[in-house]
Design a binder for this molecule. Sequence first.
Ligand code: B4P
Length: 191
Amino acid sequence: MVNFLIFGPPGSGKGTQSVRLAEKFNLIHLSTGDMLRAEIAAGTELGKKMSQIMSKGELVPDEVVIEMIAFKIDNSRDAAGFLFDGFPRTVSQTEALEKMLNERGMKIDSMLVLDVDHDELVKRLIARAELSGRPDDKDPAVIENRIDVYKEKTEPIIEYCSKRGIYQPVNGMGTIEDIFGRLTGYMKEII
Ligand code: B4P
């Protein structure tokens, strides 16, 4: 099993690249953002609560996403590996993921971090709002809050993973194809 984290600020291309990478390397793509949006679309009680948090650009509680991920891992035991997209987003989620993987004889093999300029992030999210209708993409103030939350709560994971020797920065500027090429290059070194 080879397990990758794809990491970066909102709009950095995590979801976009993960779909292609999972297909190319036969990995199971686990996106906590997609799982949460599925709960909202299904109108569940959890979805209703989480929708209020997500529309403000805040993070949902750690225990909610940790439970979702644990369930998926345990129901995908024949996988060649996992590609975690948008999870972990806090140091505490990272510790929980490491524990979960270690208990099952696995580890995080590499953390690929997409590096994208601030103005480009905002441009991509505003452009997506027109197509997706996502409330967290529509309002520039919410986008700025998501970027601030990333810096404050999510970026510290980089230092945590650097210490473990699994941090791999990736230039996230350019075309989707260019970035896909860079990511596959790094992943081939591990797989
Ligand atoms: P996510 O679903 O993870 O959303 P995201 O950060 O916006 O990234 P996404 O992967 O969707 O977008 P991408 O950069 O690919 O999270 C949404 C919310 O859910 C969070 O704010 C939080 O509230 C909650 N949440 C999720 N996981 C959580 C967790 N673990 N803990 C707590 N809360 C959690 O793409 C953006 C746009 O850019 C797309 O339109 C794409 O087409 C475009 N794009 C991508 N690459 C491009 C390129 N190279 N050039 C031009 N456009 C590009």
